[in-house]
Design a protein around this ligand. Structure first.
Ligand code: GLA
Length: 360
C-alpha cells in the first residue's frame, strides 16, 4: 500500500484518523434543531500531513490514485481535495494561518452510501491540523469547522450530525445529540443486539436537490406554525393544519424526534427495532426520501427472523440501510437478504460488519 513516504519526499509530521457514521434513528431532524442517534462505523479515514517543499499544497488520495496540487490563491479544486481545502479555509476564517502542506489520504469508509465519508475526511484533516499546528480546538469545534467546510466548499446545506458523530462517537456506543444545544450523551446500544449495514447499490443521484428542497419545506412549515424550528413541536396533532406537503414533512420530523427521545430512555432491542421500522415508514410516506429499491431491501430485512428492525439511513434517495439484529446473526442475515434482494434484480453489498479491512 502507498503511504505518505512513498508519495512525498518531505518528512511525515503527523497522522490522524476519523470514522464514518451510521445513523440509527433521527433522520432529517438535525437541520430542524432536533435529536439524532448515530454511532461510528469501524471504517475510517486516515490523513498524513507534512510540510510542502514549495508554496503549493499537494493532496494525494490513495483510493483515487490521484494527486491534486493547489495554490492558496487559486480556486477550490474538485473531488476529494475540495473537502481538504474547505477545512483549511474554514480554519483560516477563524484567524489561523495554515502553511503549505503535503497531505496523504487513505480511507475505507464507503463513498456515496450515506455513511459520511466526507465528514470522516473533514474530521481527520482537522484533527491532523490540530496536532500539527498545536491548535486549541475541542472535538465540538472540530465538528463545527468540518460542517462549515461542507456547507461553504462542498455546497451541501447539511446539519451538524455527521461531523459530530465522526468527531465524538465510537463504534460500540450510540451518540445521543441535541443538535440545538449540542448537549450529548454516550449511550449503550440496545442490549443483545448487533448492527448490520447493507448498501442498496442505488446511487444517491437526487440527494443534493431533494435534500435542499426538504430543508426549505421544513423551514416553511416552522414559519407557518410560528416556531423557530420544528424541534419546538412535540405533539404531531399540531401540524395537521398545514397544507400538503408541509403537513407530512413536519409530521415526519415531529414523530422522528419523539422516536429518538423514546429510544434515548433505553428501550429493548425489540422496541428499538419497532422505532426503526416506524422511522422507515415515515421517511418513505411522509418525508418521501426513499426509493423502491431501498423499500424492497428494508422489507426483506424486516421479514427476516433475527431482525429487530430496519430502515434507510442517511439522507436517502439511495445509499444504505441499517438493521438491528440478534448478536452473532449479522453475517448470516446479510447473506440471506442479499440473495433475495438479488432475485428482485438488485445488487447490494454488506458494509458492516466488515469483511475486508484494507487500510489497517
Ligand atoms: C445528511 C446530512 C446530515 C443529515 C442527514 C439526514 O447525512 O449531512 O446533516 O441531515 O443527511 O438525517
Amino acid at each position: 500500500m502507498s503511504d505518505f513516504k512513498s508519495i512525498f519526499s518531505t518528512p511525515l509530521e503527523v497522522e490522524a484518523a476519523a470514522p464514518g457514521r451510521v445513523n440509527l434513528l433521527g433522520e432529517h431532524t438535525d437541520y430542524n434543531d432536533g435529536f439524532v442517534l448515530p454511532t461510528a462505523i469501524p471504517q475510517q479515514t486516515i490523513v498524513q500531513l507534512g510540510y510542502s517543499a514549495d508554496q503549493a499544497f499537494h493532496f494525494y488520495s490513495h483510493e483515487l490514485k490521484e494527486q491534486v496540487d493547489w495554490q492558496p490563491s487559486g480556486t477550490t479544486p474538485a473531488e476529494f481535495a475540495r473537502y481538504l481545502v474547505g477545512c483549511i479555509r474554514s480554519l483560516e476564517e477563524t484567524g489561523i494561518s495554515v502553511p503549505p502542506l503535503n497531505v496523504f489520504v487513505a480511507s475505507d469508509v464507503p463513498i456515496g452510501s450515506g455513511l459520511s465519508s466526507s465528514a470522516a475526511l473533514e474530521v481527520a484533516m482537522l484533527r491532523g491540523l490540530r496536532s500539527l499546528l498545536n491548535l486549541k480546538l475541542n472535538d465540538v469545534q472540530i465538528a463545527q469547522l468540518g460542517q462549515q467546510a461542507e456547507i461553504h466548499y462542498a455546497g451541501v446545506q447539511c446539519g451538524i450530525m455527521d461531523q459530530m458523530a465522526s468527531s465524538l462517537a465510537d463504534p460500540v456506543h450510540m451518540l445521543f445529540l441535541d443538535t440545538r444545544s449540542l448537549d450529548r450523551q454516550i449511550l449503550d446500544l440496545p442490549e443483545n443486539s448487533e448492527i448490520l449495514v447493507i448498501d442498496s447499490g442505488i446511487p444517491r443521484t437526487l440527494a443534493g436537490s431533494g435534500y435542499n428542497q426538504r430543508r426549505a419545506e421544513c423551514e416553511a412549515a416552522a414559519k407557518q406554525l410560528g416556531v423557530k424550528a420544528l424541534r419546538d413541536i412535540s405533539d404531531p396533532a399540531t401540524v395537521e393544519s398545514l397544507p400538503e406537503p408541509l403537513r407530512r414533512r413536519a409530521r415526519h420530523v415531529v414523530t422522528e424526534n419523539n422516536r429518538v427521545l423514546e429510544a434515548k430512555q433505553g428501550v429493548s432491542a425489540d422496541r428499538f427495532g419497532e422505532l426503526m421500522n416506524a422511522s422507515h415508514a415515515s421517511l418513505r410516506d411522509d418525508y418521501e426520501v426513499s426509493v423502491p429499491g431501498l423499500d424492497q431491501l428494508v422489507a426483506i430485512l424486516q421479514q427476516t427472523p433475527g431482525v429487530f428492525g430496519a430502515r434507510l439511513t442517511g439522507a436517502g434517495f439511495g445509499g444504505a440501510c441499517v438493521a438491528l439484529v440478534q448478536p452473532g446473526q449479522a453475517e448470516t442475515i446479510a447473506h440471506q437478504t442479499l440473495e433475495k434482494y438479488q432475485q428482485q434484480g438488485f445488487q447490494g453489498k454488506i458494509l458492516v460488519p466488515e469483511s475486508d479491512r484494507s487500510i489497517r
